[in-house]
Ligand binder design. Structure first.
Ligand code: WT7
Length: 670
């Protein structure tokens, strides 16, 4: 059976697209520009886009030679198909990711800033700047350390780090020696980290003693220690961030600073084939088990470099500030790889947008003359609500990006008017862990935008909408359906680590010949795309992608949970929120207390991580199930949305009366 069971009707609070106003490229954008945008007009975009779709081999060959430095040129541009899931790009080519991100810039401009680090305010907000020359030395030393720990080309290394420059150094050292990095977001629990270490067969985990974020200490090493209890052969390399006294396992743990000082400051980059795996990144899907999406070297790097250059219109003196965490794809592609491939400075901010106050992001933008700021709408909602007085005048800003979830038009307009002072171009970029780089997006300086729309396809992306009932493509404009892509592109993930069948079933076999995104979307009268949200059992909470199945599996680990169903509902602050319905066992009805609900929430925090905690738990006597045992989550969603009249047919349920009982529970407790 396929992992994608029922395609849901998308339901996000985005207004009808036809009524939307169009914003032209702000005149202030051009006035503030260091030169001219890389792409000069909508016409030029359309011509290049057309070439990328109708003559992809010619297009990608030229782009690959222009944006990447090759140790050996390729002869074949592309082989394989979406139908067979055997895509490969630039096959005979050889190159190294770290060389492309560091060496080629260090050779030309060793003193140019590469990383601008802003520490959490707990430490007084101190930071430091690392130049390309220094970065090459740091990355080289760590490369030696990893080699000395027995990490070889093709081995996997887990990275579980706070937002500090050493996280980027760890990424780059891995790819320098040809190791595959598997970054695990440092908000994941010990159990979730262990699962990912085991699945990826990581040999080493790179971490820190502690982290500090929003004034709070995070016990990073302790979480790693708990994770490693289940994997005796994995070693750890620990960076000293707070100098706290942390538990130590001799023979297993090594200090980063003690090892690094043993080794020279140049390490020759490993020669890699274009299709050698570069990294794994785990993400949530419709089933309980997270999938390790595998990205390969040349295609991914090309997607990162090109989208950095064209979506954001990056120029050589620009300063890029991505507020996303390195643990997600946004951080991988736009905090680490795109800015470094283009040889500009990337800001690494350790803290939160609200600590010590709501001006923190804007002060960083002012202090470092940030030209590009990129963040999830969830942070913008928070900052908008805090009030305009916190926003500072930031004259250096040229491009403001939004990522991770649909952005409501009023938040978009606030971003444009207040943060950007109507001078910066807003780019609402749509992409996924699986796409590697932007898929739908305006191009800064080029594309007229509409608040709430991710606009138009990036080069090489051929979007289409499918009717989920018939499975047929919906042609024309002013239509809505399931978003798919009709041809592949270099930065696409190649497989799910250790489970190619799952990759095929989830992405390529749903509609054979198409890549299935899992999102619903509309195409308006002018061909602009409006992403509505997921149509599968994935919930987007504050830009974090959560699987309801994974949350249910976590709840079931609690001894008093008999059955659980988690669903997403719209939420003003977090976009969506998770509510879980739980049928209990081994307990009397009288024992149902708020403490028990708290225990259930704690169970999810422990199994997955704090960011996955359900916002509400509803204890019910039974769940609405069909005779084949399938839980009808649609009914639960309708009840929570107070759309009782739209529940529909309940006669297929084993016991239709449970619906009224659940309505009573939700209604009474509300
Ligand atoms: C899912 C991918 C890619 C960055 C972080 C999330 C949603 C992403 C947008 C956008 C509406 C968006 C989609 C997508 N999403 N960007 N601009 N507008 N929705 O990466 O964890 O792989 O999640 O995030 O639902 O499928 P991810």
């Amino acid at each position: 059976m396929s992992e994608i069971e029922g395609i849901q009707q998308p339901s996000q609070g985005i207004p009808e697209s036809t009524s939307a106003e169009t914003y032209q490229v702000p005149t202030g954008f051009l006035a503030n520009h260091p030169a001219r945008p890389h792409i000069q007009s909508v016409h030029e975009y359309k011509e290049l886009y057309q070439e990328s779709i109708t003559n992809p081999n010619q297009f990608w060959a030229r782009q690959a030679r222009e944006h990447l430095t090759w140790e050996r040129d390729f002869q074949t541009v592309h082989t394989g198909s979406l139908l067979h899931g055997d895509n490969a790009w630039f096959t005979e080519g050889r190159l190294n990711a770290s060389y492309n991100c560091v060496d080629r810039h260090a050779a030309k401009n060793p003193d140019k800033p590469a990383i601008i680090y802003e520490a959490d305010e707990r430490d007084g907000g101190e930071g430091r700047t690392i130049t390309y020359g220094e970065l090459l030395r740091e990355v080289s030393k760590l490369s030696w350390v990893l080699k000395s720990m027995g990490v070889n080309k093709g081995d996997t290394v887990a990275i579980y780090m706070p937002m500090i420059p050493e996280a980027l150094i760890a990424f780059l050292a891995c790819v320098r020696i040809g190791a595959v990095h598997s970054v695990v977001f440092a908000g994941f629990s010990a159990g979730a980290l262990r699962d990912r270490i085991i699945d990826a067969k990581s040999k080493v985990v790179i971490t820190s003693d502690e982290g500090t974020r929003g004034g709070k200490i995070i016990h990073t090493k302790k979480i790693v220690d708990a994770a490693l209890e289940g994997c005796p052969d994995v070693r750890s390399l620990v960076f000293q961030r707070t100098y706290a006294d942390v538990p130590w396992t001799y023979g297993r743990d090594l200090w980063w600073h003690e090892e690094a000082e043993k080794w020279p400051a140049y390490y020759a980059p490993e020669s890699m084939s274009s299709e050698d795996p570069m990294f794994l990144l785990y993400t949530s899907g419709s089933t309980g088990k997270p999938k390790g999406l595998m990205h390969t070297t040349a295609g991914y790097l090309l997607g990162a470099a090109m989208s950095g250059k064209y979506t954001f219109d990056i120029h050589e003196k620009d300063v890029f500030f991505c507020g996303g965490d390195v643990g997600w794809i946004t951080g991988h592609t736009y905090l680490v790889y795109a800015p470094l491939l283009l040889g500009i400075a990337t800001v690494v901010y350790e803290g939160t947008p609200s600590y010590p106050n709501f001006s923190r992001y804007w002060e960083i933008c002012q202090k470092h003359n940030v030209t590009h700021f990129y963040v999830a709408p969830t942070a913008l909602r928070l900052l908008k609500r805090a009030g305009d007085d916190w926003v500072k005048p930031m004259d250096s800003l040229r491009v403001l990006g939004s990522i991770g979830e649909p952005i409501a038009p009023e938040v978009w307009k606030w971003y444009h008017d207040i943060v950007g002072q109507k001078k910066a171009h807003i780019v609402d970029t749509y992409f996924q862990t699986e796409t590697g780089a932007h898929a739908l997006t305006p191009l800064a300086g080029v594309t007229p935008t509409k608040p709430g729309s991710a606009c138009v396809p990036f080069f090489g992306i051929e979007p289409a909408l499918i009717d989920p009932v018939s499975g047929n493509e919906i042609h024309g404009n002013d239509v809505e359906g399931v978003l798919v892509f009709k041809q592949t592109w270099p930065a696409a993930a190649r497989t799910v680590w250790g489970s190619h069948k799952r990759f095929m079933d989830v992405y390529l076999n749903v509609y054979p010949g198409y890549y299935f995104t899992g999102d619903g979307a509309a195409r308006d009268s002018e061909g602009y795309y409006w992403v509505r949200g997921r149509v599968d059992d994935v919930v987007n909470v504050s830009g974090h992608r959560l699987s309801t199945a994974e949350i249910e599996a976590a709840l079931l680990e609690h001894p008093n949970v008999a059955e659980a169903a988690a669903v997403g509902i719209n939420d003003e602050m977090s976009g969506q929120a998770v509510n879980a319905f739980v049928a209990i066992k081994n307990k009397d009805a009288n024992d149902i207390t708020d403490d028990l609900k708290k225990e259930f929430i704690l169970q999810v925090r422990k199994s997955i991580g704090p960011f996955a905690a359900p916002k509400a738990i509803w204890i019910v006597s039974d769940l609405p199930k069909t005779r084949s045992g399938k839980i009808m989550r649609r009914i639960l969603r309708k009840i929570l949305a107070n759309e009782i009249d739209q529940i529909g047919d309940t006669t297929t349920l084993v016991d239709p009366s449970v619906v009224d009982k659940i309505i009573a529970t939700v209604g009474v407790t509300k």
